[in-house]
Design a protein around this ligand. Structure first.
Ligand code: HEM
Length: 376
């Protein structure tokens, strides 16, 4: 609310002390994210002088940090794996994974933490299988990738330790797949590398880092935040139960209402840009605050209300422009299956602590519920 009252583009000082242009309006976010002069600051990565520089250079050379033409090349290599048709083929397997997690929950008589027992293991298992990573390491991934996406709240030592271990594991995995390729995404990328020499080793490692982190942290929150919002709005949940064909629209509304990301990672203006009567100067850092943009009253009526019947629930939870989420079809499918099977299995599901909002991770990027105790 505070942000909405101060205008759609404003100067703001981040908690790190860095001054930025903060964009909170829906139309301004769309306009700027599609603007050719709104770019990532560097595609080169730092020179490798310190351990930290080396880690960053070898794990952050991925499409999310890249500008065209590198961005175009890197994204094209994996686009085919994420088309709607390829993703829909995963549906039976995703249902199987969700069902077996629900089987494990069945019979619990006290409160259960839904994040830990359901929202988290589902997407990590799916993305590990897709890339070709043994699921036995998923707890390690959880620790590592949580440090990766919440770097700001960790010390440099914690960051270096987690990312070094994750890089070591990814390097070993690449070496194994080189010797014994299978039909997974990583083997496919290695084949591309060997054929056309299009991907450097750092780019390949970074791609795995990106897909792993982007591929599950956010989807966990789609499920947890979504279940939480529906349990807090029993009328909406009732409607969804009685008219299950509303599920796809409900997932969109949940992404709008309490989406997984507070902000896109920062962009930079390459030239000065005039927007909403303001000037963004060349070199300014731009932060897109996606949550307020999705509740922009100039775009959505009754923006603070959850309403799964709306026809105007277009949202920016997946970003916009060339970096628009590659995994959106997968995230949507996982969200639908997770909600459908959970509410079907437990018709009396309710919050164990109804009077309190669940704790969220302290993060500038993520909007993630940390724990969601429920009674089945
Ligand atoms: C990019 C959100 C799930 C892979 C993005 C961006 C957003 C986003 C906002 C753009 C960030 C920016 O402009 O800085 C989400 C949300 C998800 C989700 C809310 C879940 C509900 C996934 C999944 C994958 C994935 C399941 C699967 C691998 C990616 C990739 C990019 C991306 C690779 C970078 C695209 C590029 O730079 O061209 N996502 N994401 N995401 N996402 Fe997702």
């Amino acid at each position: 609310e505070d942000l909405a009252s101060t205008g759609p583009v404003q100067r703001y000082t981040m908690f790190t002390g860095v001054p930025v242009q903060l964009v909170t309006g829906y139309a301004e976010t769309r306009e700027l994210l599609a603007h050719p002069d709104v770019v990532r600051s560097s595609t080169e990565g730092p020179h490798r002088e310190t351990v930290m520089d080396d880690l960053i250079a070898s794990t952050e050379r991925h499409m999310l940090n890249a500008n065209p033409p590198d961005h175009t090349r890197l994204r094209k290599l994996v686009t085919a794996a994420f088309t709607r048709r390829r993703i829909e083929a995963l549906e039976p397997r995703i249902r199987e994974i969700a069902t077996s997690l629900l089987d494990e929950l069945d019979g619990a008589d006290g409160p259960v933490d839904l994040v830990n027992a359901y929202s988290y293991p589902l997407p990590i298992t799916v993305i590990c299988e897709l890339i070709g990573i043994p699921a036995v390491r998923r707890d390690d991934f959880r620790r590592w990738s949580s440090v990766l996406v919440n770097a700001a709240v960790h010390t440099d030592e914690e960051y270096v330790e987690a990312i070094s271990l994750m890089r070591e594991f990814v390097h070993e995995l690449i070496a194994q797949k080189r010797l014994a390729p299978t039909d997974d995404l990583l083997s496919g990328l290695i084949a591309v590398q060997e054929d056309g020499d299009q991907l450097s080793q750092d780019e390949l490692t970074s791609m795995v880092f990106l897909l792993l982190a982007a591929g599950h942290e956010t989807t966990v929150s789609l499920i947890s935040n979504g279940v939480h919002a529906l349990l807090r709005h029993p009328d909406q949940l009732e409607l969804l139960r009685s008219e299950p064909e509303r599920l796809p629209a409900a997932v969109e509304e949940l992404l709008r209402y309490d989406g997984p990301l507070q902000a896109a990672i920062p962009y930079v203006a390459r030239a000065s840009i005039d927007v909403a009567g303001r000037r963004i100067d060349a070199g300014d850092v731009i932060v897109f605050a996606l949550l307020p943009a999705n509740r922009d009253v100039r775009k959505v009526e009754r923006a603070d209300e959850l309403d799964i019947t709306r026809s105007d629930s277009a949202h920016l939870a997946f970003g916009h422009g060339i970096h628009h989420c590659l995994g959106a079809p997968l995230a949507r499918l996982e969200g639908r299956i997770a909600l459908e099977l959970l509410f079907e299995r437990f018709p009396r599901l309710r919050l164990a602590v109804p009077k309190q909002d669940p704790p969220r991770h302290p993060s500038f990027l993520m909007n993630a519920i940390r724990e969601l105790p429920v009674l089945l």
